[in-house]
Design a binder for this molecule. Structure first.
Ligand code: AMP
Ligand code: FE
Ligand code: FE
Ligand code: ZN
Length: 322
């Protein structure tokens, strides 16, 4: 079989292993011809759920002619120093970034934080504390279930969660799989709802707290892929963003592969009305997680993030740092 005949994920992994950069995906049409001077402010390395080390992302960015990138691993800043060091060698500016998971009653959303101070140990420290607290509480629930005759391992729960913030829905799924309940809802109703016998309280970021945290550390909070706020159309999304802005939100990731033109333009207009900046990025994870997404090019044709957006982000940082 020719290389081109292989499934995208496998082909991608092969090219990466060979030290070659995968070609831009043609999933939605022709790839953007040139990315020279463009940027990509959203990507993941092996420090979170990406497949490639930070250096690889920077090398690829240099090859594409990107002038700046941001590494935005989930809930950690640990890959940054390595990306920055490689960026200095190759002439690619690497902006400190992080994608923070925020808990809502009905799910989660992702908040990007840009330009935090790398010497500010409190930033990473707080992210770690929150993850630890959540894990402690999840383990309490799992231990309590075992005491009630429903043994399960935490590894099973982690596996179920994948890249999501680990929580009760994943525990419920494992309970169902192990045959302790016949549905996830039954797991909640009998055992792990807020007033269930195996429930323990958690401590985690809510929206207001997350925004405050980012601002207190003089970083710029930006809503990642606003379409996935799942508010149901642009109008409802704007209403919610207005609330988030009052809590300190500074920007919207309007330029994103999952946004069609209606969403991209709609979000840009919302940004204007609410005096928020606009950012953009590919959300590259690697060929297995997102087979059609390419660094800088996003998912297929025509996607690129203009370099000018970085200047607005820099200005926002000056304001945030005040
Ligand atoms: P956690 O963050 O681990 O406390 O899990 C909270 C999530 O569990 C919620 O977002 C819901 O998806 C789910 N959940 C909480 N209570 C119930 C319930 N009584 N029935 C069904 N799902 C629930
Ligand atoms: Fe991810
Ligand atoms: Fe995300
Ligand atoms: Zn992401």
């Amino acid at each position: 079989m020719t290389r081109a005949g292989l499934p995208a994920g496998i082909r991608h992994a092969m090219l990466c292993a060979m030290g070659e950069f995968p070609p831009p995906s043609h999933h939605h049409g022709d790839p953007a011809a040139s990315l020279r001077g463009c940027i990509d402010l959203h990507m993941h390395s092996s420090f979170s759920d990406g497949e490639m080390p930070p250096e690889y992302l920077v090398e690829w960015a240099a090859e594409l002619g990107l002038k700046a990138i941001s590494l935005t691993d989930h809930d950690t800043t640990r890959g940054l120093q390595r990306a920055i060091a490689r960026g200095r060698e190759l002439g690619v500016e690497v902006i400190p970034g992080c994608e923070i998971s925020v808990k809502l009653s009905g799910g989660t959303f992702h908040l990007l934080a840009y330009f935090y101070d790398l010497n500010d140990e409190g930033f990473e420290g707080t992210l770690r504390d929150i993850a630890d607290k959540r894990e402690t509480r999840n383990r309490k629930i799992v231990a309590s279930l075992a005491e009630h005759g429903m043994p399960l391992t935490y590894e099973e729960v982690l596996e179920e969660a994948g890249e999501a913030v680990v929580g009760r829905p994943h525990i419920a799924a494992v309970m169902e799989r192990n045959g302790y309940v016949t549905s996830r809802q039954e797991a909640f109703d009998k055992w792990i709802s807020n007033d269930g016998p195996c429930y323990f309280e958690k401590d985690t970021f809510g929206p207001e707290e997350a925004l405050k945290f980012v601002r207190e550390h003089h970083a710029v909070p930006v809503i990642a892929h606003p379409i996935w706020l799942n508010r149901g159309g642009l109008d409802k999304t704007e209403e919610y963003l207005k609330q988030l802005k009052e809590w300190g939100l500074m920007g919207l990731e309007a330029v994103y592969p999952d946004h069609d033109e209606v969403w991209t333009e709609g979000l840009k207009e919302i940004a204007k009305r609410l005096e928020l900046i606009v950012t953009g990025g590919s959300d590259y994870h690697g060929g297995k997680t997102k087979p059609h997404t390419t660094l800088g090019h996003g998912e297929g044709g025509g996607f690129k993030v203009p370099g000018e957006l970085l200047e607005a982000l820099r200005k926002a940082h000056e304001q945030a740092a005040r």
